[in-house]
Ligand binder design. Sequence first.
Ligand SMILES: O=c1ccn([C@@H]2O[C@H](COP(=O)(O)OP(=O)(O)O[C@H]3OC[C@@H](O)[C@H](O)[C@H]3O)[C@@H](O)[C@H]2O)c(=O)[nH]1
Length: 403
Amino acid sequence: MGSELIFRGHETQPVDDAYSPKPHKPWLTVTRPIHYMLREQRLLFVLLGVIIATLFFTFVPSSSPSASSSSVSYESLPISYFERESKIPAYHHRVAAAVHSVGKVPLGIKRKGLRIVVTGGAGFVGSHLVDRLIARGDSVIVVDNFFTGRKENVMHHFGNPRFELIRHDVVEPLLLEVDQIYHLACPASPVHYKFNPVKTIKTNVVGTLNMLGLAKRVGARFLLTSTSEVYGDPLQHPQKETYWGNVNPIGVRSCYDEGKRTAETLTMDYHRGAGVEALRKEPLTVYGDGKQTRSFQYVSDLVEGLIRLMEGEHVGPFNLGNPGEFTMLELAKVVQETIDPDARIEYRPNTEDDPHKRKPDISRAKDQLGWEPKVDLRKGLPLMVSDFRQRIFGDQKEKATVA
Ligand SMILES: O=c1ccn([C@@H]2O[C@H](COP(=O)(O)OP(=O)(O)O[C@H]3OC[C@@H](O)[C@H](O)[C@H]3O)[C@@H](O)[C@H]2O)c(=O)[nH]1
């Protein structure tokens, strides 16, 4: 039985009784195995190909100077480097780790865009930030509960496969795979944050905890937009990042001030993050005698600073603001000069705990980020107005641009 099986093939072959051996052809000893391998061992060739390709990609890039030194460009790294680094603790900067990686990067393969979450991305600052990130090729997920944000601010990205919008309240946990988190979600103006103070502080504390937890879990770099309100009614002027502030912990503003301060505490407790001086918008209504001072910056300057902070290696609070200091009355007059000479100034009683003066010391941002604002108030106000017109009325001619 066994022999039958072994010899079955021979049985099916025609037997040539008149067989006579052919003369010996020496080249056949070489070509026969090749033919045989070509015919029967195709898998072997596939494997050989894979090995050759692997050896090529292993040795060629590492011998090129750009891949073997620490000057490897962050831009040229593939997404896999970021994924691999996601196992490091949150306080390690993934960008720094990527810069020091010796990349075995297949030649000619460009860095894929980053995956970035922007909470509060449907708001004023957030939507400008989203525009910049999408424009440079990244994939952006906006997380917003639309408390003050508007879908219209990001609607022009609908249909773009690199853009996603999630209606979500950051006080609830959220799990996403991302490389960077810009955490902006928060009621931002006194009217809004005083509307429901407990919700405001909850958003700042629980919302920030959730986003920090996410950052830690996926190894994403985290950036918190804080506010100059953390300085309260400052006793130091201008305010450096090292100043601890003068805040009333039980006043009507404390849901926001202390909320942001706690958010900064949490961020630093996670050994990462950065505080920024956020842009403030004031109506033409002047509260009190109008002598209290504030500093204003144009949103493109802020967005530029946020991106530099995110892309760099720094940890800790940074003032991103325009040191130009204006009293509220001066601001109202600049609005009249640059936007509407007929605008009326209306005085109202001042709100409780309103800080007397505010002006950021931006030397840290200048030294460490090489950042400083470019657009002053007089130039920025008309740009802001045309930007709002364009957003609200869709007026294409009014598109705001900064030289
Ligand atoms: O609980 C909330 C509250 C607010 N938000 C969203 O957060 C965004 C805030 O944007 P706004 O346009 O109101 O305000 P801004 O863009 O000026 O705020 C920015 O500067 C001030 C900082 O305190 C804010 O954290 C920052 O986002 C809105 O889109 C709002 O809907 C949430 O997603 N969840």
